[in-house]
Design a binder for this molecule. Sequence first.
Ligand SMILES: [Zn+2]
Length: 82
Amino acid sequence: MGLIRLLLVAALIWLVWRVVRQTLLGATREGAAPQDQTPQSQKMVRCDWCQVHTPEAQTVRLEERHFCSEDHRQQWLEKHHD
Ligand SMILES: [Zn+2]
């Protein structure tokens, strides 16, 4: 009985080790992949009108400028188009 218990404990440790290792490897891969593949969704840009930081995906763009809303884009255009 002693040997079987030892084998069972060894098998259990091996299984736990495999699960832990896969979880750690999977976590680092999943943690790194979205940042590498979609850097724009995480990037914060500053509104050229009110200076508020907004995720780039939610901004209104005007060439290289970013605005937090269409309103602020219009206001910026009015100010810079005379
Ligand atoms: Zn703004």
